[in-house]
Design a protein around this ligand. Structure first.
Ligand code: XIL
Length: 336
């Protein structure tokens, strides 16, 4: 068996990462991580609700163990994330009087949080997703009407980057989002990134989550997105790659319509072709793409087994439930 992994085949292109949790740091999953990847991201353990579930009470144990695993094994660590409307505890937004806090108070709480986590891992985390998913799902609207936005307006985005940069000037800072290859989202994301650059906000790049399907993005959509964002002088990281076997738009009803959740050889062939296409594009744009990270280790367990349809099995990754490489894996590493 080959001792080389994805990180070795791609060493002249970009680092290759994976999302991990505490249970993947031991046993056969840890062995696979060490062979295949040179970057890791905490799937959940650095999110706001995990780090600071109660004001002033910080939970570092699991995040520390992930960081220590990376350092010990010479694997880089991507931080995810500093500010998001999900997995953010309610206390951030509520004052002692039970009422919604002012903008000043909320920004102070955000600063305290970012100072603590970015400061703790200063010099150890090479990149941070500073703000996650701030653009509205409704294509006729611009920024999402989250608590962050309602209380602070667009300033929460700007401030989050400034706080993160002050806490670790050497960490690379990213804005991270999904569906970023769809034209309607692409234009709005471009507008946001452009305005951050024009304001002199310390942003290094854009994280494209890459929760994809057999249908999208098309090669043209992917190429257009990469060229458009990089034209702003930003680098690109694909931060949460997986290729679902279900069409995204039908996701919410697929199983109920009686569709099978078997990974048929036909689906396997389509997924292999999709993985080949996207990695062909990634290699072509190696000058602007600096990392590609998979969201979970193998089809044994992925977040898509429970999202958006609970209990519907998915098969979106390069390794099967036995942690063996799938056909798509060989397509990804066999290139000249
Ligand atoms: C997901 C995790 O994988 C799940 O375990 C958790 O229950 C919810 O969050 N976009 C992101 C990630 O930026 O943080 C999300 O991760 C997936 C979508």
């Amino acid at each position: 068996t080959d001792i080389r992994g994805l990180k070795d085949f791609y060493k002249n292109y970009f680092s290759v990462g994976v999302a991990v949790g505490k249970s993947s740091l031991n046993g056969e999953e840890a062995t696979l991580i060490k062979k295949q990847y040179n970057s890791i991201t905490a799937e959940n353990d650095m999110k706001m609700e995990m780090i600071q579930p109660v004001e002033g009470k910080f939970n570092w144990a699991t995040a520390d163990s992930i960081v220590n695993f990376g350092i010990k094994n010479n694997i880089g660590i991507r931080g995810h994330n500093l500010c998001w409307h999900e997995q953010a505890p309610e206390w951030f937004f509520v004052g002692k009087d039970g009422k919604e806090v002012s903008k000043d108070v909320l920004l102070q709480r955000l600063k305290t949080h970012i100072d603590a986590i970015v400061g703790r891992y200063k010099g150890k985390i090479y990149a941070w997703d500073v703000v996650n998913e701030a653009i509205d799902d409704d294509s006729t609207k611009y920024l999402r009407n989250s608590k962050w936005y309602k209380i602070c307006g667009e300033d929460f985005i700007i401030k989050a980057f400034e706080y993160a940069h002050a806490a670790d000037p050497s960490a690379k800072l990213y804005y991270n989002d999904y569906n970023t290859e769809r034209p309607e989202k692409r234009e709005r994301l471009y507008k946001l990134l452009k305005s951050l650059k024009e304001k002199g906000v310390p942003i290094d790049g854009v994280g494209l989550q890459a929760h994809w399907s057999l249908q999208e993005p098309t090669e043209q959509e992917l190429v257009t997105a990469v060229e458009k964002y990089s034209s702003l002088g930003l680098n690109i990281q694909f931060t949460e790659l997986d290729i679902s076997i279900y069409p995204w738009e039908k996701n919410k009803r697929a199983k109920r319509l009686g569709e099978s959740d078997q990974f048929t050889s036909e689906l396997e062939a389509q997924q292999m072709a999709k993985y080949k296409m996207v990695f062909d594009v990634f290699r072509r744009y190696k000058d602007v793409i600096t990392n590609v990270t998979f969201w979970n280790i193998s089809d044994r367990r992925t977040w898509l087994d429970s999202y958006p349809v609970p209990g519907r099995k998915n098969y979106p990754l390069l390794f099967d439930a036995q942690l063996k490489p799938k056909k798509a894996y060989w397509e990804v590493i066999n290139f000249k």
